[in-house]
Design a protein around this ligand. Sequence first.
Ligand code: SF4
Length: 243
Amino acid sequence: MESSSAELSVYLRYLGRYVPSLGFLRSGESSLSGTEQFPLSREPISAGIPGDLAALERKSQSCRACSLCETRTNVVFGEGSGKSGLMFVGEGPGADEDRTGRPFVGRAGELLTKMIQAMGLSREEVYIANTVKCRPPGNRVPSPEERAACFPFLEAQIRLLNPRYMILLGQTAAQVVLKQTEGITRIRGKSFEIGEFPRIRIMPTYHPAYLLRNPSAKKEVWADLQTVMGWMGRSFGQRTEGR
Ligand code: SF4
């Protein structure tokens, strides 16, 4: 799961090119042309990001900015109204998601749905997305190049939705959004606010797929969810409408 220093270097240089606040990371990138990094696309996604979610989703449907386009069945853009102000970000689509075009619909998705319901919310009231929109073959972890290529979609989703709270599900989501390499075990349960997405309170926690393999970690995730519920002014069993 850990990135090699070479992979991380490519990822950071990509971010430096397309995330204005990280422009200082661009130094020394001259040996990596856009063609070398993204051989499947003439230009990066960020060259033409639409101003609304529906148009952004339409753009994603034909995206060929990384090699995951070669093996996908469906692009899994994301779903939900987000009217609660809460957004979840996972790693990437699995087989069920690739087949249906919807995020978190397999076994891990069923568990995420229960987590959302335990917070007194419905799936429709939150927004659910992933760091990459196309399934990595064999459910492998998306590479730094794939994460970087797809980041403009996630960044645009966050900016367009403007959630107040974000829960990052697993290490990949935490690395992509928080731009750090710390293991999820060390940072879960902590509150983050980052300059790139000001005024969003961010909580990393374990991915539901990890909970399926390690049920004993559910109590830690529940504690994290309760912390977010506290941020939202919610108590256990409470249902409220809107933000
Ligand atoms: S994973 Fe993202 S960047 Fe790669 S082809 Fe799919 S939509 Fe495009």
